[in-house]
Design a protein around this ligand. Structure first.
Ligand SMILES: COc1ccc(S(=O)(=O)N2Cc3cc(-c4ccc(C=O)o4)ccc3N(Cc3cncn3C)C[C@H]2Cc2ccc(O)cc2)cc1
Ligand SMILES: [Zn+2]
Length: 331
């Protein structure tokens, strides 16, 4: 008998969304600058800020933070020489953190305060002749960076500044026989990379190029008896995979292929009722990364009191954001 790796959810776990606790968890996070985890994650600080702000915006609590501190941080992380943005001052610029910074500026309605032309030059400079993208000057190629490139340029309305056709050809060359995608041609299918490639094809208007039924089947097979979703066969369920799989299925129009109620039960059970926040699975320590992806997945599943979130950009929908920002203006 094959040993199915899964978790058992004890009955004392939360059965609904403890939204107030998550807001308090995020607002408190990073106030204690000696906190071990806060220091350990300095190298991803810009992304950590995007994860926190997107959660607050989706919970309609953006008014609890002052936008200037975030815009100033982006300015301190802007690398004039390359036009790229780093995770924190003094670190090397990278496409991951350039996207996070542009997402933060969009959420705070401050795109006009970004060095747009320099950022566009940085991103388009990372495209290789075969259409693929490197993450930074050190040259690592990964389909994650193809997604970051088109997501950044689409948010700045500058998609015309790269060779989109070649970029699409490269991503399609990373499609596997199981319908999934990996980080490079011939790499193993993985839910996080499938999200990046489906998102990339959605932004470039080429979703019709993939076999949605074959990929939809691979994605809904990620659901386990606990209701949780894993990232690959034989792996444990994890809240962040809820987002990668559900966002991909939603973009493919097949969200109904997984059991929504069982998935919500797994996500609710992954909340920490003491400190607030979501962990990767019930009983583990929470972090801002899993807190965003737990709230974002619940938003896609129609949870009340949450703004609808865009499955491709993992940001509140444009219209909702403008309403929120308008309200923010008159605080
Ligand atoms: C705790 O160990 C890790 C391992 C990998 C990373 S990562 O930067 O390569 N990354 C994002 C990530 C972040 C956290 C985290 C803890 C505290 C904070 C503060 O904001 O953020 C935790 C995990 C994590 N991972 C690892 C992971 C998640 N679920 C299972 N695992 C093994 C994801 C990882 C890759 C990544 C995914 C999306 C993204 O936008 C950026 C990076 C970070 C911490
Ligand atoms: Zn995870």
């Amino acid at each position: 008998a094959n040993i199915l790796k899964d978790v058992v959810i004890s009955d004392d776990k939360p059965k609904d969304l403890l939204l107030k606790k998550h807001i308090d968890y995020l607002l408190k996070y990073g106030t204690d600058t000696n906190d071990f985890e806060f220091c350990f994650t300095e190298y991803l600080r810009m992304s950590g800020m995007y994860w926190m702000l997107t959660t607050l915006a989706t919970a309609k609590k953006l008014h609890l933070v002052s936008k200037d501190q975030f815009i100033e941080f982006i300015d301190q992380c802007f690398d004039k020489e390359s036009g790229g943005i780093s995770a924190c001052p003094g670190h090397d610029p990278h496409i991951l953190y350039t996207l996070s910074a542009v997402q933060i500026a969009c959420i705070l309605d401050s795109v006009d305060r970004l060095p747009v032309e320099e950022i566009v030059r940085y991103v388009s400079g990372l495209q290789l002749p075969d259409g693929s993208f490197t993450g930074d000057k050190w040259g690592e190629v990964d389909t994650r960076f193809s997604f970051c490139a088109v997501a950044t340029l689409a948010l700045l309305h500058r998609l015309d500044r790269i060779d989109v056709k070649k970029a699409v050809d490269f991503v399609l060359s990373c499609q596997n026989f199981d319908g999934g995608f990996g980080s490079q041609p011939k790499s193993e299918s993985h839910a996080g990379l499938i999200y990046c490639c489906v998102g990339f094809l959605s932004i470039t208007g080429e979703l019709s190029r993939i076999d949605a039924d074959l990929l939809g089947w691979w994605l809904c097979e990620r659901q386990l008896p606990s209701g949780g979703l894993n990232g690959r066969p034989e792996k444990l369920p994890d809240v962040c995979y809820s987002w990668w799989v559900i966002a991909s299925l939603t973009m493919l129009g097949k969200q109904h292929w997984v059991s929504k109620d069982q998935l919500k039960r797994f996500i609710f059970a992954s909340q920490d009722c003491e400190t607030g926040g979501f962990s990767d699975r019930p009983g583990d320590l929470p972090d801002p990364f899993h807190t965003l992806f737990g709230v974002a997945a619940l938003s896609l599943l129609g949870e009340s009191n949450l703004l609808p979130i865009n499955p491709t950009f993992c940001m509140p929908q444009e219209g909702q954001l403008m309403l929120l920002q308008a309200a923010h203006k008159y605080d």
